[in-house]
Design a protein around this ligand. Structure first.
Ligand code: HEC
Ligand code: HEC
Ligand code: HEC
Length: 240
């Protein structure tokens, strides 16, 4: 039997290293075709837009989720792939919008939904209610902020302008004063956050903790509610 000579060690290392690289590359290459908002199984994740490619972001809805509204806002930002298919039908984009934000209201029937965006496929389910749905048990129920229908519901929170073609371009989020506090009463907001760990300037940073387009957590939070609280044993925000 041949002995291991010390001079063999580096070459054994490099063979192992090359093998690990090859396996990693293979796994990366084979795992890119389906999108899930939930990374790594059931781990807690940040509710935020899903990056579909280096130029395209899916704001809502998200894959592997349950929704309970039958008219659902589909919002894409960035480059819009030519082929966007919902349950076999091409998605009809709302022609009032221009620029790099693409908007469509999907009309859903109860049951599984398939969305194909370019070469990415994702699934979500419309449930009768939060308990009664056809999706796997581990799929979480995603909610979104109420959005009044109309030609431009986005302008309540975003800077919007009409471009030269008369199309609405949706820009950055307005500051909290002009967006959130148009409807939310400051004194009430203060009370509702009395058990929340906040920094001094929190009243101008609502969206650091809330993601209002698609969140699986209570109060449309980015993280589970408990992670923001001074005393997680207090069950609900006081004085709703
Ligand atoms: C009730 C307030 C509200 C309304 C109404 C609203 N948004 Fe938003 N939107 C937000 C908040 C909050 C964020 C998160 C911003 C952040 O991450 O800083 C956001 C993020 C986005 C983003 C991602 C922005 C980026 O650059 O990453 C897009 C795109 C977007 N919204 C589009 C829309 C469209 C289109 C509409 C109308 C159909 C709309 N929004 C209506 C509050 C709103
Ligand atoms: C056009 C009015 C309006 C604007 C603008 C608005 N909201 Fe709201 N928001 C409401 C109403 C009305 C409700 C209560 C909805 C309900 O009970 O279903 C609500 C509910 C909420 C909730 C609780 C949702 C839940 O599921 O418990 C959060 C969080 C919230 N808003 C955050 C924001 C933030 C952050 C902004 C600014 C980016 C914002 N809102 C802008 C009207 C508004
Ligand atoms: C530091 C994180 C954080 C920031 C910043 C923040 N929130 Fe919240 N918000 C929370 C948490 C946590 C809750 C749930 C509080 C509880 O259950 O005690 C909540 C609850 C709410 C609710 C629901 C209250 C209810 O009982 O229905 C509304 C509405 C809301 N926030 C709006 C806002 C608005 C508007 C802003 C910006 C002015 C804002 N939040 C900033 C963390 C935050």
């Amino acid at each position: 039997m041949k002995n291991f000579q010390p001079q063999n060690v580096p070459s054994i290392f490099s063979v192992c290293f090359a093998l690990v690289c090859a396996v990693t590359l293979f796994l990366l290459a084979s795992g890119v075709s389906s999108v899930s908002a939930q990374e790594a199984g059931n781990e807690k994740f940040d509710a935020k837009p899903v990056q579909l490619s280096d130029k395209t972001f899916l704001i809502a809805p998200h894959g592997n989720s349950v929704v309970v509204v039958s008219r659902l806002w589909l919002i894409l930002k960035g480059e819009c792939p030519e082929e966007v298919i919902h349950n076999g039908q091409p998605v009809r984009w709302d022609s009032n919008f221009g620029g790099d934000v693409h908007v469509s209201i999907l009309r859903l029937d109860i049951g599984m939904q398939k969305l194909k965006i370019g070469d990415q496929e994702l699934e979500f389910v419309l449930g009768r209610n939060e308990e009664d749905h056809a999706g796997p048990d581990e799929w979480m129920v995603y909610r979104l902020h109420n959005m009044k229908p109309g030609r431009n519901p986005c302008m309540r929170c975003h800077e919007t302008e009409k471009n030269a073609d008369g199309k609405i371009e949706v820009g950055a989020l307005m500051n909290a004063q002009d967006a959130c506090f148009k409807c939310h009463i400051p004194e009430k907001i203060d009370v509702q956050h009395s058990n929340t760990i906040v920094e001094e300037d929190w009243r101008s940073k609502c969206s650091e903790c809330h993601f209002i387009h698609a969140s699986p957590y209570k109060y449309l939070l980015r993280q589970p509610r408990e992670s923001y609280l001074k005393d997680p044993s207090i069950p609900e925000a006081p004085e709703k």
